[in-house]
Design a protein. Structure first.
Length: 79
């Protein structure tokens, strides 16, 4: 899992009023899949979107903890 990309995606989802975030691109879609497997988010099921698209439907409690932990790391957030 790419921690910087995961943090970026969770941040983007956090900033959506509904918490729903659709991403495009193979790298982003794969990251969403891995984040869902890790229990950080809930995402659309396979086959619903193109292979280069995915959607975060909900951030889990673990995902919120991940977001808060990395948000507090000054060196991580500034890069």
């Amino acid at each position: 899992m790419n921690l910087r990309l995961a943090h970026k995606l969770i941040t983007a989802a956090e900033n959506q009023p509904s918490g729903f975030l659709r991403v495009r691109g193979r790298e982003e879609a794969q990251e969403v899949h891995w984040m869902a497997e890790a229990g950080l988010i809930q995402a659309t099921g396979s086959g619903e979107l193109e292979p280069s698209e995915a959607a975060i439907t909900r951030i889990t409690h673990a995902g919120h903890q991940f977001y808060r932990a990395f948000k507090q790391l000054r060196s991580f957030s500034n890069n």
